[in-house]
Ligand binder design. Structure first.
Ligand SMILES: Nc1ncnc2c1ncn2[C@@H]1O[C@H](COP(=O)(O)OP(=O)(O)OP(=O)(O)O)[C@@H](O)[C@H]1O
Ligand SMILES: [Mg+2]
Length: 242
């Protein structure tokens, strides 16, 4: 069903540089349905971040087509891209970039306020609700520099979820976390995926983590070389975190 497709990439390519052209992504085609929980793996330099940045409209393809929610992104002007990016997608990066002088809840509300949303009771309710979902209820009013690394990354995730995006794009979201915090983040991603119906596309170096997702898309030298559904199906349930 076409209206169930969140992302449709058709022969997406990206070449960086005019003088020395570097192909970063070559003819990548795939579609991602609503509510999918998928990962992207591949070696360093294989094009993972490039693909995520194209899907998140942070960058434009050199060729190929990208449809988000059935909408051809090529027809969008700067404002149209920014609007779609703000409403459709939430980004989570390896480094959280919280504002240390502000409280956790202020950090979570900040992007909305910068975009011009009023600091209303509704906004604060939504922020508390998001923090509750990410098991951050107790630190909501703490300063962002008074919480642990794992909590900081969860605050960054809460911030990305404030707009209730249809799709979360996460680039090595647990790259700086220990195993315990990594597991917690993936549990919470799952919970958001199940309860809110949010789609996830998560870049990771770690095949064991990728195996906990429902689909693994593998890139090599900028090309999609494998696309496997239910990669952890033959593992025992406890090692999948099920
Ligand atoms: N802004 C840029 N300008 C020029 N080349 C770039 C740029 N960004 C990425 N590249 C090149 O494009 C290719 C893909 O890079 P990309 O960052 O997508 O890889 P990656 O899979 O995310 O790697 P990593 O796992 O190290 O983060 C690499 O050869 C890289 O050097
Ligand atoms: Mg990268």
């Amino acid at each position: 069903m076409p209206d169930d497709v969140l992302v449709l990439a058709e022969k997406l390519s990206k070449v960086y540089g005019d003088v020395v052209p570097t192909p970063a992504l070559t003819d990548v085609s795939f579609s991602l349905g609503c509510n999918e929980f998928a990962s992207i793996i591949g070696r360093s330099g294989s094009g993972k971040s490039t693909l995520l940045n194209l899907i998140g409209l942070l960058d434009t393809p050199t060729s190929g087509r990208l449809l988000l929610n059935d909408r051809d992104t090529a027809g969008l002007d700067r404002d149209g891209r920014a609007k779609l990016r703000n409403t459709f997608v939430g980004f989570v990066f390896q480094f959280h970039h919280l504002l240390p002088e502000f409280s956790v809840i202020e950090n979570v509300c900040m992007p909305a306020i910068i975009r011009g949303e009023r600091q209303s009771a509704e906004l604060l309710d939504r922020a508390r609700d998001t923090l509750d979902t990410l098991a951050l209820t107790d630190v909501a009013d703490k300063n962002a520099n008074e919480i642990s690394g794992g909590q900081k990354q969860r605050v960054a995730i809460a911030r990305a979820l404030m707009n209730r995006p249809q799709l979360v794009l996460a680039d090595e979201p647990t790259g700086n976390l220990d195993t315990e915090n990594t597991d917690l983040v993936y549990e919470l991603f799952r919970k958001v995926n199940r309860e809110w119906g949010t789609g996830f596309l998560i870049v990771t170096h770690d095949r064991a983590i990728a195996q906990q997702t429902d689909r693994i898309i593998e890139l090599s030298d900028g090309r999609l070389v494998q696309d496997v559904a239910d990669p952890g199906a033959d593992l025992p349930a406890e090692s999948r975190g099920a």
